[in-house]
Design a protein around this ligand. Structure first.
Ligand code: OSB
Ligand code: MG
Length: 368
């Protein structure tokens, strides 16, 4: 058994509503879709690298290059088809974790479909549904933010995460809390603060946040550790949590009490599970972050989030929160319990619509 052909495509899909973080405002996603083919089965993977190197240094273009010139030739030359084998063979290459993750995910989907099992089963998942939260971007005004939160709460989301940045932090949290004293609320700074902001950040304790996500730079652990000693709110690492080795250091330095796992950021499911297992052994809860993926990448996230230590609500929301028309049919929907069901069919267990993929495709190349 071998991979016969791999298709790489660059897609562009507009969001239903702009998404603004401390990095800036985005109106849509440009990303790579990977399809791997073997014996009549197709495995799908989504690369979460964005157009610009803001969240991480990777971009759609660097991922394309690494896939085309390094990872795909390796898969064909070595006859790789097993995700474990791919992981082992690519460990020696530094970085480019999102590019690696996209291909590893496609191999996982292929493997699970070949074995007739849902990915969650293959991963050792234990949940039938995962708890769903929503990540709310920075808006033009506070009333607009409050309206947006209201409409998500009406839809049934279990927790709200708000993006913060200097100038859009204390006041935003205060107004939300005033209106929703019991809401499960957390804030994500996307690395927008500096160590000099510790006094300001300590004021967030007043709002009883479930966590404060990534206040400082993605390459930092030390300043997070300094802040965690002074702030009551639990710090959660996103950008800094790039590997199991780094998470161990964060744990030992007490830089955080929670980890956001994103399969793209850590380079695949194998690394994501190492982080999950380490945190579980240490009694540190994790949850699954998102990169505004389409239904394909989101399905992969749902299966990962079915693992037992994903104890907090995830940034895995319904399709209509992201796109007017998702790439999969049926779309991902929220249950009345504010959860999302883990698909039970083989592989990702969702159905990409080829015609929608084609319509969103800017560029496509096939390799064999
Ligand atoms: O920091 O979690 C983040 C989206 C793009 C880049 C970084 C982040 C995000 C989100 C989106 O918060 C969460 C989602 O996919 O629903
Ligand atoms: Mg984040």
């Amino acid at each position: 058994m071998k991979i016969e052909k791999i298709e790489l495509s660059i897609l562009e899909l507009p969001y239903v509503h702009f998404f603004e973080t401390s990095f800036g405002r985005e109106h849509g996603r440009t990303f790579i879709l990977i399809k791997v083919f073997s014996e009549g089965i197709c495995g799908y993977g989504e690369v979460v690298a964005e157009k610009l190197p803001l969240y991480s240094y990777e971009t759609t273009s660097t991922a394309w290059l690494i896939l085309k010139e390094l990872l795909l030739p390796l898969v064909f030359e070595k006859g790789i088809i097993e995700p474990d084998d791919f992981y082992k063979q690519t460990q020696k290459f530094k970085g480019h974790l999102m590019a690696k993750a996209g291909l590893e995910l496609a191999l996982w989907d292929l493997k699970a479909k070949r074995e007739g099992l849902p990915l969650s089963k293959l991963y050792g998942g234990t949940r039938k549904e995962v708890s769903s939260g929503v990540s709310v971007g920075i808006q033009d005004t506070i009333p607009q933010l409050l309206d947006r939160i209201d409409s998500f709460l009406k839809e049934g989301y279990r927790r709200i995460k708000v993006k913060i940045k200097p100038g859009w932090d204390i006041k935003a949290c205060r107004e939300i809390r005033k209106k929703h004293p019991d809401l499960t609320l957390q804030a994500d700074a996307n690395a927008a603060y500096k160590v000099d902001d510790i006094e300001l950040l300590k004021k967030l304790d007043e709002f009883d946040l479930l966590m404060l996500e990534q206040p400082f730079s993605g390459d930092d652990l030390w300043d997070h550790s300094r802040l965690q000693k002074e702030i009551k709110t639990a710090i959660c690492l996103d950008e800094s949590a790039v590997s199991a080795a780094k998470v161990r250091k964060a744990y030992e330095m007490q830089s955080c009490r929670i980890i956001n796992i994103k399969v793209g950021r850590v380079g695949g499911i194998i690394e994501a599970r190492k982080i999950h297992d380490f945190c579980q052994a240490k009694g540190m809860p994790v949850w699954c972050g998102g990169m505004l993926e389409t239904g394909i990448g989101r399905a992969h996230n749902i299966h990962l989030a079915s693992l037992p230590n994903f104890k907090l609500s995830n940034d895995i929301s319904a399709s209509k929160r992201y796109f007017t028309q998702d790439l999969i049919d049926p779309a991902v929907e929220l249950t009345e319990r504010g959860t999302i069901k883990v698909p039970t069919g083989p592989g990702i267990g969702v159905f990409p619509v080829e015609e929608r993929i084609k319509r969103a495709t800017l560029k496509q190349e096939t390799f064999s």
